[in-house]
Every structure is written in structure tokens, then in C-alpha cells.
Design a protein around this ligand. Structure first.
Ligand SMILES: Nc1nc2c(ncn2[C@@H]2O[C@H](COP(=O)(O)OP(=O)(O)OP(=O)(O)O)[C@@H](O)[C@H]2O)c(=O)[nH]1
Ligand SMILES: [Mg+2]
Length: 291
């Protein structure tokens, strides 16, 4: 009698809840018999092959076994794992001095660790938010990456963006006017990244340092950034040479740009990392990295 090693799947429907199915994958060393009857459900259960097999289906012990290679199964299992494993990475981005590192420590330790200097390396840690330490039950930790604003380190962003569940773009609300153009350019680069648009990665523009009385409001910052992004969009579109190529076109051509036109969700919040006023960032994180 022929022996065949292969993998098999069966779908078992719940007898009372037909929408509930169980897929059972198992290696099979089967004695191959030509099916007399293509489908023979056993008492009280409905079975069905997955339609994934190549060649014939073989009937054994009342189940249909599509013979497909182990490699195909690995691919299928890998794909379903990727789908179900949600990222827990939040990327902190923004110009140098906007307050990313202070925010990072505030989220992790509930303290600003005053005296931070310009970061020359990215900060990277997985932790339960400090504000959630008192909460009962199991809480999903968040992987927070603080990418320094130094020009040399900005390319690091490309490394982390593909795995991001969300991006926090930190803006210095106090020193906003002098850094507005540079901030808009950096934000524009993020919003036109193919990975951000394709994966619909949400972006939170966090207007930081609002503990200072001279800080600009989030409404003002939002409007100014939209205007600056609009200008950038026009000037870059006008460049006929391929010197600068945006991966994705922003907004609707011919219409003034605003963040609601982005394919991914872009929201604006305000607070101060230094004084621990970061609840809007925490809410954003928990919206996209479920506890
Ligand atoms: N008043 C005030 N100052 C802040 C706040 N957050 C950060 N700062 C100050 O801003 C400066 C820069 O903060 P950092 O967190 O080091 O900035 P960064 O974005 O990490 O900068 P790079 O590492 O260079 O990219 C520090 O002197 C902080 O004390 C805030 O909420 N309010
Ligand atoms: Mg820093």
C-alpha cells in the first residue's frame, strides 16, 4: 500500500453555530484510498476541504485531506500570523529640540529626566505606560522609539516607520514660528512616505511646551502647518525634473491642503512633556495599541 507524508487541513463547523469554524492542520501519513464518495460527513458535523490542495483529495476516516506541500502551509500560516499580529510600535519624530526625549521619559517613567541633550542615538524601549502602572490586569506594553531630529539620524525613521502603529510628530509650540518651515518639511516627508499612506499609519501632531505662556495654540499651529505643506506641495509639483520625487501625492490637486485630506488619519493635540501633561499622547497610543 502507498504511503504519503503530507499536511492536511479540515474545517469543522460548530453544530449549533454554523459561523464558528475550526481549522485543524496536521501532518498526515495516510494510506491512500481512492474516494468512493467525495464527501461523507460524519454524524452531526459538516466538513469541507479548503480548496487549497493540488491534485486529488483523499478520503480518510471521514475527512477530506487536500494534499499540499509543507512549504505552502508555512506560507499560509505566516501570512495569517502577520495579519493577526498588530504592531505595538509608536514612533516619536520631530525636529531637534522639540521635546521627543523628554516625552519618551515622561511616558515611560512619569518623569522628564531634566537635562537631556540633543540625542545622537535613537531611544528605544518597550514598557507599560507609566500612567497605567496602577491599572489592574494584564496591559499590553508599548514599544516606543524616539528618533532624534538631527539631520544625520533622520533616515533612521525609514527603519521604524514600516512597523509603526502610530507616529507622534512633536512640534515646539513655543518656538514655533522660527522652526515652522523646517517642521512642515519634515512632516511633509513623513506624510508622503508610501508606507505611511499605504498602511494608513495615523499621525498625531503634538504641540509641545504649552506650559510656556508664549506657546502657540494647536489651532494656530495646525493652520500654519497646513499652509506650509500646501506651499511645499505646489513647489515640489512644479519641479519638472525628477530631482525630488514624493512617494505619494498629498491631498486633492487644485484644492487647498488640509490634514483631513490625507488618506491616513492626522490629528492635532497639545501638552507639555516637561510638566507631564501628556494625556493626549497616551490616549493616541492606546487608540492604536490596544491595552
Ligand atoms: N518648557 C518646556 N520645555 C520642554 C518641554 N519638553 C522639552 N523641553 C525642553 O526642550 C529641550 C529639548 O528637549 P528634548 O526632549 O531633548 O528634545 P528632542 O526632541 O529629543 O531633541 P533631539 O534629541 O535633538 O532630536 C530641553 O531643554 C527640554 O527641557 C516642555 O514640555 N516644556
Ligand atoms: Mg532627543
Amino acid at each position: 500500500m502507498d504511503q504519503q507524508r503530507s499536511t492536511a487541513a479540515r474545517v469543522r463547523y460548530h453544530h449549533r453555530h454554523p459561523k464558528r469554524v475550526r481549522v485543524i492542520i496536521e501532518p498526515v501519513t495516510s494510506r491512500i484510498r481512492v474516494p468512493a464518495d467525495p464527501i461523507k460527513p460524519s454524524a452531526g458535523r459538516h466538513q469541507q476541504d479548503l480548496g487549497l490542495g493540488v491534485g486529488s483529495d483523499w478520503l480518510q476516516d471521514g475527512w477530506i485531506y487536500p494534499a499540499i506541500s509543507h512549504l505552502q502551509w508555512l506560507e499560509l500560516i505566516g501570512a495569517s500570523c502577520l495579519k493577526s499580529s498588530k504592531s505595538n510600535t509608536i514612533v516619536l519624530s520631530g525636529l531637534s529640540g522639540s521635546g521627543k526625549t523628554i516625552l519618551f521619559y515622561q511616558l515611560r517613567d512619569g518623569s522628564s529626566h531634566q537635562g537631556t541633550v540633543t540625542s545622537m542615538e535613537h531611544n528605544n524601549d518597550t514598557f507599560v505606560l507609566h500612567s497605567e502602572l496602577e491599572r489592574k490586569g494584564k496591559i499590553k506594553p508599548v514599544h516606543v522609539v524616539d528618533v532624534p531630529g538631527h539631520a544625520r539620524l533622520k533616515p533612521k525613521l525609514d527603519e521604524f516607520l514600516p512597523q509603526a502603529a502610530g507616529v507622534v510628530f512633536v512640534v515646539d509650540a513655543q518656538d514655533f514660528l522660527s522652526s515652522m518651515q523646517a517642521a512642515a518639511e519634515y512632516l511633509y516627508d513623513i506624510l508622503t512616505k508610501a508606507t505611511v499612506v499605504k498602511k494608513r499609519i495615523p499621525v498625531l501632531i503634538f504641540c509641545n511646551k504649552t506650559d510656556k505662556v508664549t506657546a502657540h495654540s494647536k489651532e494656530f499651529i495646525k493652520k500654519q502647518l497646513e499652509k506650509e505643506v500646501n506651499k511645499l506641495r505646489e513647489s515640489r509639483n512644479a519641479i519638472s525634473s525628477a530631482d525630488i520625487t514624493d512617494e505619494v501625492q498629498l491631498g486633492v490637486p487644485g484644492e487647498a491642503f488640509n490634514f483631513s485630506k490625507c488618506q491616513n488619519k492626522v490629528t492635532v493635540a497639545e501638552g507639555a512633556g516637561l510638566t507631564g501633561s501628556v494625556s493626549e499622547v497616551e490616549q493616541f497610543i492606546r487608540e492604536y495599541v490596544k491595552a
